[in-house]
Design a protein around this ligand. Structure first.
Ligand code: CP
Length: 309
């Protein structure tokens, strides 16, 4: 059976949990192996996977490519600009055509509607590799990361500091699905997506909006942030955003306000000493490079789930 992986809130709790557990087991199973060595089992042998990027990427691109190959698949990385997609061919026709050549499509794009249209018309699974609205693969990797360091996420308090952007939206979806609480701290103008807040609350999570970053950090099990200017934000907004977000920088004082064993998380790429200080990013509570590594393991589980193998 094939399944699209479009968002965390549109995927069942049981399936999400199974993917997290499988990601951890697959990571453990290849501990110590060179990165280019195939897994002991190669469930994607004979499959062809298209990775389409309409925006820049380092982690998503490399982790999907390496992960698919470790499981025996062939991959092709496509730039949206160099495809007919970027020159007027419809998304629906692109989806129908690609479905004749490949077994799965991973798409990083701007509008969520583009992803949804691709999924509607593709006859192979489609994975959300980030849109302006959400970034579910990242948060799946982040759940793997938190749990391997500190145990179950359920019942924990995560604090998001900064811009209520697409990554924050996926954290809210995950709060609802995995049963943890999320406190947002940031300026009112950059509040998180109200539908994502509503979703998490409806699932039973406590979601709070606290303007004082120190008060928000109190009792936190993890503090999470992201760049102050996202890929989809206009360059003209840079100075205003910096002024608004400076009080929400994750620094030593903010980490000290959290629990002593709190983790610092960031999906990267980061602008060091803007949204977080280098002291925090390179400090003992930081798990940022584990998050990057776990993109690989989490996405391998997502690929298997999509293809039903
Ligand atoms: N975190 C993340 O998605 O990184 P890339 O933009 O490098 O893929």
């Amino acid at each position: 059976m094939m399944s699209h992986f479009l968002d965390i809130h549109t995927t069942s709790r049981a399936d999400l949990r199974a993917m997290i557990d499988q990601a951890r087991a697959m990571k453990e199973a290849r501990r110590g192996l060179p990165k280019g060595t195939a897994d002991a089992r190669t469930p994607l042998a004979g499959r062809m996977i298209a990775l389409i990027f309409e925006k820049p990427s380092t982690r998503t691109r490399v982790s999907f490519d390496v992960g698919a190959r470790q499981m025996g698949a062939e991959t092709m990385i496509l730039s949206g600009k160099e495809m007919q997609l970027g020159h007027g061919e419809s998304i629906a026709d692109t989806a129908r055509v690609l479905s004749r050549y490949v077994d799965l499509i991973m798409l990083r794009t701007f509008e969520e509607a583009t992803l949804l249209e691709m999924a509607e018309h593709a006859t192979v699974p489609v994975i959300n590799g980030l849109t302006d609205a959400s970034h579910p693969c990242q948060i799946m990797a982040d759940i793997v990361t938190y749990e391997e360091h500190r145990g179950a996420v359920a019942g924990r308090k995560f604090v998001w500091s900064g811009d209520g952007n697409n990554v924050c939206t996926s954290w809210l979806h995950a709060a609802g699905r995995f049963g943890f609480d999320l406190t947002f701290t940031g300026p009112e103008t950059l509040d998180p997506n109200p539908r994502a807040v509503e979703f998490a609350r409806a699932q039973g999570s406590r979601v709070e909006i606290v303007r004082d970053p120190m008060a928000a950090a109190a009792g936190a099990d993890a503090i999470v942030t992201d760049t102050w200017v996202s890929m989809h934000d206009p360059e003209s907004a840079r100075e205003r955003r910096h002024n608004q977000l400076r009080p929400y920088q994750v620094n030593g004082a903010m980490m000290a306000a959290a629990r002593a064993d709190a983790l610092f998380m960031h999906c990267l790429p980061a602008h060091r000493n803007e949204e977080a200080t280098s002291e925090v990013m390179d400090g003992p509570q930081s798990v940022i490079f584990d998050e990057s590594e776990n993109r690989l393991h989490a996405q391998k589980a997502i690929l298997r789930w999509c293809l039903g193998v």
